[in-house]
Design a protein around this ligand. Structure first.
Ligand code: NAD
Ligand code: UD1
Length: 343
C-alpha cells in the first residue's frame, strides 16, 4: 500500500492496538497524540511488538495547523480518528472541554483531509448513541436517541457532521464504527488500557483491585431488571475490535463501500452482566476479587448488546475471543504495567 494511515489518538488504548496491527499488516503509520490520556512508554510497546518505528507527532488536533502540517508532510491515504476525551462523568462537569476537544479535533482533521485530498476516514463512535434501547439487540437501524452526557452527545453530533459532510462531498468516504465495551489488552501484555487516575470503567477497576491498588470494587446496583440484577453490556476484546478497523480500512481502499457513509456496530452479540464479568475474571486468573454491591451509578443504562450481523456479513468480520481470554490479557497487562512502567 502506498501512502500512510494517520492514526489520531494512536497512543491511546484503542489507537495503540490499531497502530500495532496496522504496522504488522504492512501499513505505514503516522500517529498524532497530545498525550492528554496516554504516555510515551506506549510507543515503546508498539515498537517492541512490531519491530517498527511509526512516525509520531506529539501535538494537539485542536490546533487546526497540526493536521494541516501532518497532511502536508506525509502522503496520507486514510485517517482513523480515535482522538477524543472519553470520561462520561468528567464530561458532565466540563461539557465545553468535551465539545471543544472532540468536535474541534474532528473538524480540523476533516478539513485537512479535504484540503489534501484524503478520501478515506474511519471514526470511533460508541453504542452510547443508542441510549437505553427499547429493543435488544441493537442494530444500526435502532433509534439514535438524545445523549445522556456531553461525551455521548459529541459522538451523536460527530455522526451528524459526518452525515452532512458525506452528503456534500460524494468522493469522501467515511465508516463510523460504534464500539460496544472494549476490554482486554494485547496478548504480549506490552500495551493495554492506561487509565490515568481512578478508572471509571469496570475492567481497569477490576484489575487494579486485584493488584491491590484499589481496596474494593463497587458493583453499581443489583436491582436492575436482568437475570442477576446487575447491568448487562457487550464486552468486546480489543484485538477483535481493532481487527474490524483493518477490514473497514481495506473496504474503503478497495472501494467496496456501498455508500460514502457507513455505520457498523462492533460487538460480540452476547451480553454479560457485571457479576458475570467478576466471575469470569476470577476463573480466568485465579485471583479473588474484593467487591461490594452499592447503589446504582447515575446515568447507567440497564442493558445493551449489539446485533453485529451487519459487520459479520458486510465486513466479513466476527468477534472471536472469549470474555475470559480478554480478562486474562487485561490482567497480564495490569501486572506488566505495574512492574515495568508504573515508576
Ligand atoms: P484513550 O483516551 O485511551 O485514547 C484517546 C487518545 O487520544 C489518547 O491517547 C489522547 O492522548 C489522545 N487525544 C485526545 N485528545 C487529543 C487531541 N486533541 N489531539 C491529539 N490527541 C488527542 O481512549 P480510547 O479508549 O482509546 O478511545 C478511542 C476512541 O474510541 C475515542 O474516540 C473514544 O471516545 C472512542 N470509544 C471508546 C470506548 C471505550 O470504551 N474505550 C467506547 C466507545 C468509543
Ligand atoms: C461507559 C459510558 C460509555 C462509554 C464507555 C467507554 C456511561 C453511561 N457510559 O460505558 O458512553 O463509551 O464507558 O468509556 O458511563 N461498573 C461497576 N463498577 C465500577 C465500574 C463499572 O459496577 O467500578 C459497572 C457499570 O455500572 C456498568 C458496567 O460496569 O454496568 C460497565 O461500566 P463501564 O465500564 O463504565 O462502561 P459503560 O458504563 O457501559
Amino acid at each position: 500500500m502506498n501512502g500512510n494511515v494517520l492514526v489520531s489518538g494512536g497512543l491511546g488504548y484503542i489507537g495503540s492496538h490499531a497502530a500495532t496491527l496496522l504496522l504488522e499488516k504492512g501499513y505505514d503509520v503516522v500517529i498524532v497524540d497530545n498525550l492528554s490520556n496516554s504516555r510515551k512508554e506506549i510507543l515503546s510497546g508498539i515498537e517492541k511488538i512490531t519491530g517498527k518505528k511509526p512516525k509520531v507527532y506529539f501535538e494537539d488536533l485542536k490546533d487546526p495547523a497540526v493536521p494541516e502540517k501532518i497532511m502536508k508532510e506525509n502522503d496520507i491515504k486514510a485517517v482513523i480518528h480515535f482522538a477524543a476525551y472519553k470520561a462520561v462523568g468528567e464530561s458532565m462537569e466540563k461539557p465545553l472541554m468535551y465539545y471543544e476537544n472532540n468536535l474541534f479535533s474532528l473538524i480540523n482533521t476533516l478539513k485537512a483531509s479535504l484540503n489534501y485530498g484524503v478520501k478515506n476516514f474511519i471514526f470511533s463512535s460508541s453504542c452510547t448513541v443508542y441510549g437505553e434501547p427499547e429493543e435488544l439487540p441493537v442494530t444500526e437501524e435502532s433509534p439514535v436517541v438524545k445523549a445522556e452526557s456531553p461525551y455521548g452527545n459529541t459522538k451523536k453530533v460527530a455522526e451528524d457532521i459526518l452525515t452532512d459532510l458525506t452528503n456534500a462531498e460524494k468522493s469522501f468516504n467515511v465508516i463510523s464504527l460504534r464500539y460496544f465495551n472494549p476490554i482486554g489488552a494485547h496478548p504480549t501484555a506490552l500495551i493495554g488500557e492506561l487509565p490515568l487516575g481512578v478508572p471509571n470503567n469496570l475492567v481497569p477497576f477490576i484489575t487494579q483491585t486485584a493488584y491491590g491498588i484499589r481496596k474494593q470494587l463497587r458493583v453499581f446496583g443489583s436491582d436492575y431488571n436482568t437475570p442477576d440484577g446487575t447491568p448487562i453490556r457487550d464486552y468486546i476484546d480489543i484485538m477483535d475490535l481493532v481487527e474490524a478497523h483493518i477490514v473497514a480500512l481495506e473496504r474503503l481502499f478497495i472501494g467496496e463501500n456501498e455508500s460514502n457513509f457507513e455505520v457498523f456496530n462492533l460487538g460480540t452479540g452476547q451480553g454479560g452482566s457485571v457479576l458475570e464479568v467478576i466471575n469470569a475474571f476470577e476463573k480466568a486468573t485465579g485471583v479473588k476479587l474484593n467487591y461490594v454491591i452499592t447503589d446504582r451509578r447515575p446515568g447507567d443504562v440497564e442493558k445493551i448488546w449489539a446485533d453485529p450481523t451487519k459487520a459479520n456479513k458486510v465486513l466479513g468480520w466476527k468477534a472471536k475471543r472469549s470474555l475470559e481470554e480478554s480478562l486474562k490479557t487485561a490482567w497480564e497487562w495490569e501486572k506488566y504495567y505495574r512492574q515495568n512502567l508504573d515508576v
